[in-house]
Design a protein around this ligand. Structure first.
Ligand code: COA
Ligand code: MG
Length: 240
Protein backbone atom coordinates (compact mmCIF):
# COMPACT_ATOMS: atom_id res chain seq x y z
CA UNK A 1 0.00 0.00 0.00
CA UNK A 2 1.36 3.39 -0.96
CA UNK A 3 0.70 6.95 0.08
CA UNK A 4 2.77 10.08 0.54
CA UNK A 5 3.23 8.99 4.15
CA UNK A 6 5.04 5.83 3.01
CA UNK A 7 7.84 7.93 1.47
CA UNK A 8 10.87 8.75 3.60
CA UNK A 9 13.36 11.59 3.29
CA UNK A 10 16.26 10.69 0.95
CA UNK A 11 14.13 7.94 -0.54
CA UNK A 12 12.90 7.24 -4.05
CA UNK A 13 10.17 4.76 -4.89
CA UNK A 14 11.04 3.39 -8.29
CA UNK A 15 8.27 1.66 -10.22
CA UNK A 16 9.01 -0.60 -13.16
CA UNK A 17 6.20 -0.49 -15.67
CA UNK A 18 5.61 -2.60 -18.76
CA UNK A 19 4.13 -0.67 -21.66
CA UNK A 20 2.01 -3.56 -22.93
CA UNK A 21 -1.62 -3.10 -24.07
CA UNK A 22 -3.92 -3.00 -21.05
CA UNK A 23 -7.29 -4.66 -20.65
CA UNK A 24 -10.07 -2.17 -21.48
CA UNK A 25 -7.39 0.27 -22.55
CA UNK A 26 -9.48 2.64 -24.66
CA UNK A 27 -12.44 3.05 -22.27
CA UNK A 28 -10.00 3.39 -19.36
CA UNK A 29 -8.08 6.06 -21.24
CA UNK A 30 -11.28 7.91 -22.14
CA UNK A 31 -12.29 8.06 -18.52
CA UNK A 32 -8.97 9.19 -17.02
CA UNK A 33 -6.79 10.99 -19.60
CA UNK A 34 -6.99 14.73 -20.15
CA UNK A 35 -7.79 16.20 -23.57
CA UNK A 36 -4.21 17.34 -23.83
CA UNK A 37 -2.90 13.80 -23.19
CA UNK A 38 -5.28 12.36 -25.80
CA UNK A 39 -4.15 14.94 -28.29
CA UNK A 40 -0.46 14.15 -27.72
CA UNK A 41 -0.97 10.39 -27.87
CA UNK A 42 -2.99 10.61 -31.09
CA UNK A 43 -0.39 12.82 -32.70
CA UNK A 44 2.10 9.93 -32.65
CA UNK A 45 2.35 8.35 -36.10
CA UNK A 46 3.38 4.78 -35.35
CA UNK A 47 0.68 2.56 -33.78
CA UNK A 48 3.14 0.94 -31.36
CA UNK A 49 4.27 4.37 -30.15
CA UNK A 50 0.64 5.41 -29.66
CA UNK A 51 -0.11 2.21 -27.76
CA UNK A 52 2.91 2.57 -25.45
CA UNK A 53 2.16 6.23 -24.78
CA UNK A 54 -1.44 5.37 -23.92
CA UNK A 55 -0.35 2.57 -21.61
CA UNK A 56 2.19 4.91 -19.96
CA UNK A 57 -0.29 7.72 -19.32
CA UNK A 58 -2.92 5.37 -17.87
CA UNK A 59 -0.52 3.54 -15.57
CA UNK A 60 1.17 6.77 -14.46
CA UNK A 61 -2.17 8.29 -13.46
CA UNK A 62 -3.26 5.14 -11.59
CA UNK A 63 0.05 4.99 -9.76
CA UNK A 64 0.19 8.67 -8.78
CA UNK A 65 -3.45 8.51 -7.71
CA UNK A 66 -2.60 5.92 -5.06
CA UNK A 67 0.04 8.22 -3.56
CA UNK A 68 -2.18 11.28 -3.75
CA UNK A 69 -5.29 9.43 -2.60
CA UNK A 70 -7.42 10.89 -5.33
CA UNK A 71 -9.07 9.69 -8.51
CA UNK A 72 -6.70 9.14 -11.49
CA UNK A 73 -8.62 11.54 -13.76
CA UNK A 74 -8.43 14.39 -11.23
CA UNK A 75 -4.62 14.67 -11.17
CA UNK A 76 -3.40 18.00 -12.53
CA UNK A 77 -0.06 18.10 -14.31
CA UNK A 78 1.81 21.28 -15.07
CA UNK A 79 4.95 21.68 -17.14
CA UNK A 80 7.70 23.93 -15.87
CA UNK A 81 9.86 26.24 -18.00
CA UNK A 82 11.73 23.54 -19.92
CA UNK A 83 8.88 21.06 -20.12
CA UNK A 84 9.38 18.97 -16.98
CA UNK A 85 5.99 17.62 -15.90
CA UNK A 86 5.19 18.28 -12.23
CA UNK A 87 2.21 17.80 -9.95
CA UNK A 88 0.17 20.77 -8.80
CA UNK A 89 -0.29 21.60 -5.10
CA UNK A 90 1.39 18.55 -3.56
CA UNK A 91 4.77 17.79 -1.93
CA UNK A 92 5.13 14.79 -4.26
CA UNK A 93 7.63 14.82 -7.12
CA UNK A 94 7.97 12.37 -9.95
CA UNK A 95 9.92 11.78 -13.15
CA UNK A 96 9.48 9.18 -15.86
CA UNK A 97 11.57 7.53 -18.53
CA UNK A 98 10.75 4.97 -21.20
CA UNK A 99 12.81 2.76 -23.48
CA UNK A 100 11.10 0.26 -25.80
CA UNK A 101 8.31 -1.32 -23.74
CA UNK A 102 9.93 -0.64 -20.37
CA UNK A 103 9.28 2.44 -18.29
CA UNK A 104 10.36 3.75 -14.93
CA UNK A 105 8.44 6.10 -12.69
CA UNK A 106 10.46 7.64 -9.86
CA UNK A 107 8.51 9.15 -6.97
CA UNK A 108 9.99 11.15 -4.11
CA UNK A 109 9.49 13.98 -1.65
CA UNK A 110 12.60 15.62 -3.17
CA UNK A 111 12.39 18.13 -5.95
CA UNK A 112 15.39 17.68 -8.20
CA UNK A 113 14.47 14.10 -9.11
CA UNK A 114 15.50 12.54 -12.40
CA UNK A 115 15.44 9.05 -13.87
CA UNK A 116 16.55 7.50 -17.13
CA UNK A 117 16.46 4.05 -18.72
CA UNK A 118 18.08 3.00 -22.00
CA UNK A 119 18.29 -0.38 -23.69
CA UNK A 120 21.71 -0.91 -25.18
CA UNK A 121 21.61 -0.66 -28.95
CA UNK A 122 24.19 -0.23 -31.68
CA UNK A 123 25.48 3.33 -31.61
CA UNK A 124 27.15 4.63 -34.73
CA UNK A 125 29.74 7.28 -34.03
CA UNK A 126 30.11 6.34 -30.36
CA UNK A 127 33.53 8.01 -30.24
CA UNK A 128 32.05 11.20 -31.75
CA UNK A 129 29.27 11.26 -29.14
CA UNK A 130 31.81 10.75 -26.36
CA UNK A 131 33.85 13.63 -27.76
CA UNK A 132 30.87 16.00 -27.88
CA UNK A 133 28.87 15.01 -24.82
CA UNK A 134 31.28 13.65 -22.20
CA UNK A 135 33.02 15.94 -19.70
CA UNK A 136 36.83 16.34 -19.77
CA UNK A 137 37.27 13.91 -16.85
CA UNK A 138 34.90 11.37 -18.40
CA UNK A 139 36.84 11.54 -21.66
CA UNK A 140 40.10 10.95 -19.80
CA UNK A 141 38.60 7.90 -18.11
CA UNK A 142 37.15 6.67 -21.44
CA UNK A 143 40.67 6.55 -22.90
CA UNK A 144 41.74 4.06 -20.21
CA UNK A 145 38.97 1.57 -21.10
CA UNK A 146 39.30 -1.46 -23.32
CA UNK A 147 37.04 -1.73 -26.37
CA UNK A 148 34.92 -4.45 -24.77
CA UNK A 149 34.11 -2.11 -21.86
CA UNK A 150 32.88 0.69 -24.11
CA UNK A 151 29.26 -0.26 -24.65
CA UNK A 152 28.40 -0.78 -20.97
CA UNK A 153 30.21 2.33 -19.77
CA UNK A 154 28.75 4.44 -22.55
CA UNK A 155 25.15 3.56 -21.60
CA UNK A 156 25.80 3.77 -17.85
CA UNK A 157 27.23 7.28 -18.19
CA UNK A 158 24.54 8.27 -20.65
CA UNK A 159 21.71 7.33 -18.28
CA UNK A 160 23.41 9.15 -15.36
CA UNK A 161 23.75 12.27 -17.48
CA UNK A 162 20.17 12.13 -18.70
CA UNK A 163 18.89 11.50 -15.18
CA UNK A 164 20.78 14.62 -14.09
CA UNK A 165 19.57 16.95 -16.84
CA UNK A 166 16.04 15.70 -16.10
CA UNK A 167 16.53 16.21 -12.35
CA UNK A 168 17.42 19.85 -12.94
CA UNK A 169 14.44 20.18 -15.28
CA UNK A 170 16.71 21.83 -17.84
CA UNK A 171 16.75 18.86 -20.23
CA UNK A 172 19.12 18.44 -23.15
CA UNK A 173 19.35 22.21 -23.54
CA UNK A 174 21.78 22.18 -20.59
CA UNK A 175 24.44 20.38 -22.64
CA UNK A 176 25.35 16.88 -21.52
CA UNK A 177 29.08 17.65 -21.40
CA UNK A 178 28.46 20.12 -18.55
CA UNK A 179 27.83 17.33 -16.07
CA UNK A 180 30.37 14.63 -15.32
CA UNK A 181 30.28 11.37 -13.41
CA UNK A 182 33.03 9.49 -11.65
CA UNK A 183 33.17 5.95 -12.94
CA UNK A 184 35.52 4.75 -10.23
CA UNK A 185 33.38 6.18 -7.42
CA UNK A 186 30.19 4.39 -8.45
CA UNK A 187 29.05 7.08 -10.85
CA UNK A 188 28.79 9.93 -8.37
CA UNK A 189 28.31 13.38 -9.87
CA UNK A 190 31.61 15.25 -9.85
CA UNK A 191 31.01 18.20 -12.20
CA UNK A 192 27.96 20.29 -12.86
CA UNK A 193 27.07 23.90 -13.72
CA UNK A 194 27.45 26.17 -10.66
CA UNK A 195 23.75 27.10 -10.61
CA UNK A 196 22.91 23.54 -9.52
CA UNK A 197 25.13 23.69 -6.43
CA UNK A 198 28.00 21.48 -5.35
CA UNK A 199 28.10 18.06 -7.04
CA UNK A 200 28.16 16.44 -3.59
CA UNK A 201 24.66 17.80 -2.93
CA UNK A 202 23.36 15.31 -5.53
CA UNK A 203 23.12 11.54 -5.13
CA UNK A 204 23.16 9.26 -8.15
CA UNK A 205 22.31 5.59 -8.09
CA UNK A 206 22.97 3.42 -11.15
CA UNK A 207 20.45 0.57 -11.30
CA UNK A 208 20.85 -3.02 -12.47
CA UNK A 209 17.58 -3.89 -14.17
CA UNK A 210 18.62 -6.68 -16.48
CA UNK A 211 20.89 -7.59 -19.35
CA UNK A 212 21.80 -4.90 -21.85
CA UNK A 213 19.87 -2.18 -20.10
CA UNK A 214 21.18 0.78 -18.12
CA UNK A 215 19.25 3.00 -15.76
CA UNK A 216 19.99 5.64 -13.15
CA UNK A 217 18.13 7.77 -10.66
CA UNK A 218 19.29 11.05 -9.12
CA UNK A 219 17.98 13.26 -6.35
CA UNK A 220 19.20 16.49 -4.83
CA UNK A 221 20.01 15.04 -1.43
CA UNK A 222 23.12 13.91 0.44
CA UNK A 223 22.13 10.26 0.09
CA UNK A 224 19.60 8.23 -1.82
CA UNK A 225 17.84 4.99 -1.02
CA UNK A 226 15.79 3.35 -3.74
CA UNK A 227 12.84 1.06 -3.09
CA UNK A 228 12.02 -0.94 -6.21
CA UNK A 229 8.50 -1.96 -7.11
CA UNK A 230 6.88 -3.55 -10.12
CA UNK A 231 3.59 -2.01 -11.22
CA UNK A 232 0.92 -4.58 -12.01
CA UNK A 233 -2.07 -2.88 -13.64
CA UNK A 234 -4.43 -5.77 -12.77
CA UNK A 235 -3.59 -5.33 -9.10
CA UNK A 236 -2.65 -1.67 -8.68
CA UNK A 237 -1.34 -0.59 -5.29
CA UNK A 238 -4.16 0.13 -2.87
CA UNK A 239 -5.10 3.55 -1.64
CA UNK A 240 -4.59 3.68 2.12
N1 COA B 1 13.08 17.69 -17.42
C1 COA B 1 12.76 16.51 -16.87
N2 COA B 1 11.91 15.62 -17.40
C2 COA B 1 11.34 15.96 -18.57
C3 COA B 1 11.62 17.17 -19.21
C4 COA B 1 12.53 18.06 -18.60
N3 COA B 1 12.85 19.24 -19.12
N4 COA B 1 10.91 17.22 -20.36
C5 COA B 1 10.20 16.07 -20.43
N5 COA B 1 10.47 15.30 -19.35
C6 COA B 1 9.93 14.01 -18.97
C7 COA B 1 8.58 13.74 -19.58
O1 COA B 1 7.77 13.13 -18.61
C8 COA B 1 8.89 12.79 -20.71
O2 COA B 1 7.89 11.82 -20.93
P1 COA B 1 6.49 12.17 -21.62
O3 COA B 1 6.82 13.03 -22.78
O4 COA B 1 5.92 10.84 -21.97
O5 COA B 1 5.73 12.89 -20.55
C9 COA B 1 10.09 12.05 -20.19
O6 COA B 1 10.84 13.03 -19.48
C10 COA B 1 10.90 11.46 -21.32
O7 COA B 1 12.06 10.89 -20.80
P2 COA B 1 12.79 9.71 -21.59
O8 COA B 1 11.82 8.63 -21.84
O9 COA B 1 14.02 9.37 -20.84
O10 COA B 1 13.07 10.37 -23.00
P3 COA B 1 14.42 10.83 -23.72
O11 COA B 1 15.51 9.88 -23.43
O12 COA B 1 14.06 11.04 -25.12
O13 COA B 1 14.79 12.22 -23.03
C11 COA B 1 14.51 14.63 -22.46
C12 COA B 1 13.93 13.29 -22.94
C13 COA B 1 13.61 15.12 -21.34
C14 COA B 1 15.93 14.52 -21.94
C15 COA B 1 14.50 15.57 -23.68
O14 COA B 1 13.33 15.41 -24.41
C16 COA B 1 14.60 17.06 -23.29
O15 COA B 1 15.68 17.51 -22.97
N6 COA B 1 13.49 17.77 -23.32
C17 COA B 1 13.46 19.16 -22.81
C18 COA B 1 13.40 20.18 -23.92
C19 COA B 1 14.76 20.52 -24.42
O16 COA B 1 15.66 20.91 -23.70
N7 COA B 1 14.93 20.39 -25.71
C20 COA B 1 16.19 20.68 -26.30
C21 COA B 1 16.42 19.68 -27.39
S1 COA B 1 18.09 19.88 -27.97
MG1 MG C 1 15.94 8.76 -21.82
Amino acid sequence: MQSIQSLRVNEVHLWQIELKPLAEETPLARSILSEDEWFKVNRLRRPEHRQRALSMRIQLRILLATYLQQEPHSIDFIRDRYGKPQLKNTPLFFNISHSQDAALVAISLHDGLGVDIEHWRPVEQMEGIVKRHFSMAEKEHWKTLTADQHEAVFFHIWTCKEAFIKATGRGLGMGLSRCGFNLSAAYQLEDCPAEYGEPATWSCLPLALGERVSAAVIIKADSCRVQMYRFEPKFPPKIV
